[in-house]
Structures are given as C-alpha cells and as structure tokens.
Design a protein around this ligand. Structure first.
Ligand code: NG6
Ligand code: CA
Length: 520
C-alpha cells in the first residue's frame, strides 16, 4: 500500500475550481490510481457470459465483473470505431466535428495537436500515458512518411508512449508503429501505401484468390498480407508486417511491460485490443476452441488476455491501486467482409443480447456495449449498475477522480459520472446521444459517405431522427427511416414498435431536445 500513499495527492484547489459545466454535487478527495482502459473492438452486449452468453464462457471478464461493477446501460459514443474513439479521447461527441467516420489507413490525424484530450489531461495530473493497440484516428498532416518520422500522431495529443497499429486489422499498412517510427522497418525495403490505385506487383485478393486463407469481399481484396486480403494496397515493409496470429500476444507483452515499468508511478494505459474485429486470426491456442468459429475464438483470446493483465497487476501488488475500465468501441457484427463462418456457426448466440442489430446501427445493438469497472476497495464489488453512462464521460469523470480542472470550453459532451463509474450511484446521465455514420465503399472508392444518423435516449425513451442513410450494411439493419422513430425500451428493448404516431408529443419533445443539443 505504500505505493498507493505516495500516489495519492492532496486535495488541490483545482478540484474546487471545476467550473459549473462539469461541477460535482459532492466534494471528492482526488486520488491517482493507475488507470487501465481496455477497449475491445466490435464486442457486443451479449458476447460475454456475465452478460448472458451461454455458448461462450468468459471466466476472466466474469471475474472482473464479480470484483467490480457491471454496467447494463453503457454506451459507446458511436456505432463504429473512429468516432467512438474520437469522443472517448476528447470528450466531444464525434458528430460535432467533420471527418469523423471510419478512416482509411492513410488518413491524416483527426485530433489536432493541442486539442484537450483524456491523455493530455492525465499527463498534466502527473500520469505516464501509454497507448498499446489500435489507433485508427489518423496520422500525419496530409502525407505520412511511413519510412521516416510519423507525426502528428498519438504523441502529439497527450500520449508519451505509443505502440500501435495505424488503423484496423483489415487495412494497410499492416505494420506497427512505436512512438513515431515503424517497428522492424528495413530501410532497403521502404513502405508505400495507396488506397486508390494498385501499386507494386504483389498479388491481390481480387487477382489471386488462390493465395487467400479466407475469402474476402470486394473491399477486402486488395493487398494480400499473410494470406488475408486487406483494404488498400501496400508494397515494401516485408520485415515489419505483423503476423496476425501472433499480434495479440505481442500487444499483450507490450502492455505488460508498460505496466511493469510504471508500477511505482501513476500510469494511464489505453490498451486498445483488436478482438473480435475482422480479420479474425486467433492464436493456435484458441483456434477452434469456441465451437463458434474464429469470432468466438478471438473472444476467448480476449478473455484470456484480460486474465493475464489482472494476474500481472496482482503479481505486482498494484491491483488495489488500479482502476480498470473495460468496454467496447461499438456493437457486434458477424460478417464484416470475410467468409470466416461467424454467421454459420453463431447458432442461437445473440451477440447484441436482447438489443436490435449491432455495429453500424442506430438501434441499441450499435452502441449499447458491455462495460465493467474494477478497483478493489473503491469500486463496489459484484454490483450491477443500471446507470446511463457514455464513454464520452470518461474525460470529466477521470478529471474529477484525479482532481484536474476542466476548462468550460473543452470536453463539451463529457459529464462527471465518477460516482456511477465507481458503482456508488445508481443514477447516471438523463440522456445520451447515439450516433452512426455509414461509409459505403465499392472496391477502393467511397460510393457514399452516408448520412449521419443521431438518436437521443432519455431514460427508457429513444427517438431516432429520420434520415435517408442506407438501411443495411453487412447484414446489420441500420435503423434508417425517412421519419423520426420513437421507442420505449422498457417495454420494447428490441425496438420493434414505433410509437411516434401514438405519442407524438413525446416524440416532438425528444426531437426538439436532440436539436438543441446538436446546435449547443
Ligand atoms: C468498413 C469495413 C469493415 C471494417 C470497418 C471498420 C468494408 C466493406 N467494410 O469499411 O470490414 O473494417 O470499416 O470497423 O470495407 S471499425 O470497427 O474500425 O469501425
Ligand atoms: Ca470497432
């Protein structure tokens, strides 16, 4: 416990200086626990056994929930990766900024250097701030020098260490970056990346399907890396390309090393794991173990990784000084471009639990995600919370935890939900905004950037704003309708009965509220 005492800071005037927008009702003595944020990729509300999955067993995450608080009303800020992570790290909902849709692997940095962010705030509070895993928030200022210094990037928005993938598992370049440089790059084999035109003479999924381990759709049929067709073309960097089956072990090793190196000082580690995003290439230890194909196997792999991390914290004697937040960037999807049998082997497994649809959707399945907090002695153990919370709240909540003041004009959507996150308050927000923006691509060209759809959830009422966005993507219904839709999630969690005509006053009130928030 000695480390905990040196870590704890005295109550600073800063806490009292919190401005009204983010102010706390009750004073709180700031503390500086380590913060381990484990952010899964496309994990659904129904994918863990502690959330009701029966065919998948996730004992390590179940144990985390038993030692902490499990949330039933937690939302990712958006139904896809880039906008969710933008909001998570900035405290601003992504729809307030332009360009916040799924980014290609060569997109410029989305979060401008100097913008207020979660890691920058924690750094100011004395934290070491590390990123390990998926970035997908753009790099560079218009061009990226994959063979030189890569900037701006995570190090320019508050992280002081980064070991990360530029975008997604299915997008080139399939290489890892440590701080500002590609790892294991041979200067004699420079990397080139192109999302529009085929470059080099390496085989592509479209031309050489015989070289694929798993068939992909047209979007996933550009460069072949490790027998998997990717989105986008790349040449060079052969020695730097990751091995899909080994990637999670490598990321876990980096996360573990980061924790070990920072065990005596407060650290914030954003561990952005890939599971169960496509392409799903579990390590052979997990392949075939779930009986549900590669998607289920990668969820078992994720569960094991969480068990390894908690064992590391226990072994280092810092479990009691570490707040773990576990969640997912958006809801689930079975088919997302590769014929990996996720659909065929799902059987009666409900990846979004009782909620409708999943990834890409404005329906609850898009953003209602599993979330667990654990901090022995501080987060109430074995608690199930119905508090409405959103990942966008982490900025203000963690600022309150560490006693860091938030200026009024930053993190405008982030509310201090610290008591709810610690399992101490049943009440959370009175509303959240749900969001999706669909990218519809044909080959390597963007056919439609899709219209943004917003919804407001206030208590159990939900209003989805009318839009002309596509209705379906990769088998998931989006929730699109030209007219507003009103649902009562208390009676109709599956969003099947539109009550707009019957309860038009309520629908109008919610629509006006959503308009005000959007413009505010
Ligand atoms: C989509 C990809 C999908 C996935 C997603 C990003 C197509 C047809 N689909 O564009 O496979 O990569 O982007 O997922 O290209 S996310 O979780 O990072 O948002
Ligand atoms: Ca995702």
């Amino acid at each position: 416990m000695k480390a905990a005492i040196t870590r704890r800071r005295v109550l600073l005037a800063g806490a009292a200086a919190l401005v009204a927008q983010h102010a706390r009702a009750a004073p709180f003595a700031p503390q500086n626990p380590n913060i381990l944020l484990i952010y899964a990729d496309d994990l659904g509300y129904g994918d863990l056994s502690c959330y009701g999955a029966t065919r998948l067993r996730t004992p390590h995450l179940d144990r985390l929930a038993a030692r902490g608080t499990r949330f039933e009303n937690a939302h990712s800020p958006s139904a896809t990766c880039t906008p969710s992570r933008y909001a998570l790290l900035t405290g601003d909902y992504a729809w307030r900024a332009s360009g916040t849709q799924i980014l290609p692997g060569d997109a410029p940095a989305l979060i401008p250097p100097g913008k207020f962010t979660l890691p920058a705030m924690l750094k100011r509070a004395g934290y070491a701030t590390g990123l390990v895993g998926k970035w997908h928030l753009g790099l560079g200022d218009g061009t990226v020098d994959w063979n030189g210094e890569i900037a701006p990037g995570p190090l320019d928005i508050g992280f002081d260490y980064g070991f990360f993938m530029p975008a997604t598992l299915d997008r080139v370049p399939t290489v890892l970056i440590e701080n500002r440089r590609v790892v294991n790059l041979d200067p004699a084999d420079p990397i080139a990346v192109d999302y529009k035109t085929r470059i080099g003479d390496e085989p592509t999924g479209a031309d050489n399907p015989d070289q694929l381990h798993v068939a992909g759709d047209a979007e996933h049929s550009n460069a072949i890396v490790n027998g998997i067709g990717r989105i986008g073309f790349m040449t060079g960097g052969k020695a730097a390309r990751w091995k899909d089956e080994d990637l999670s072990d490598l990321l876990l090793a980096k996360a573990t090393t980061y924790i070990e190196q920072h065990k005596d000082a407060p650290f914030f580690l954003y561990f952005a794991v890939n599971e169960p995003h496509v392409p799903r290439a579990p390590h052979p230890r997990f392949a075939g173990k779930s009986g549900m194909g590669a998607r289920g196997d990668t969820i078992l792999q994720l569960d094991w990784m969480v068990g390894q991390l908690t064992a590391t914290l226990d072994a280092l004697g810092i479990a009691d000084d570490t707040l773990i937040v576990f969640s997912s960037d958006n809801g689930p999807i079975l088919f997302d471009g590769y014929q990996d049998q996720a659909v065929e082997l799902a059987g009666d497994h409900q990846p979004a639990g009782p909620y409708r649809s999943g990834k890409y959707a404005i329906y609850e399945g898009g953003t209602r995600v599993p979330m667990i907090t654990c901090w022995p002695g501080q987060v109430r153990a074995g608690q199930v919370s119905r508090a409405l919370v959103d990942h966008v709240d982490l900025v203000a909540s963690l600022a309150a935890l560490v006693g860091e003041p938030l200026p009024r004009d930053v993190a405008v959507d982030s509310l201090d939900m610290l008591d709810a996150l610690l399992g101490k308050a049943g009440r959370g927000r009175d509303h959240v905004i749900e969001d999706t923006k669909l990218m519809v691509t044909t080959g390597t060209t963007v056919a439609s950037s899709g219209e943004r759809i917003l919804a407001i959830r206030a208590g159990d009422w939900k209003l989805i704003r009318g839009s002309v966005a596509p209705h379906e993507f990769h088998g998931n219904a989006i929730g699109t309708s030209p007219r507003d839709q009103l649902y009562d999630l208390a009676r109709d969690p599956g969003e099947t009965v539109d009550l707009t005509a019957k309860l038009s006053d309520r629908a109008r009130m919610l629509a006006a509220w959503l308009d005000r928030i959007e413009k505010g």
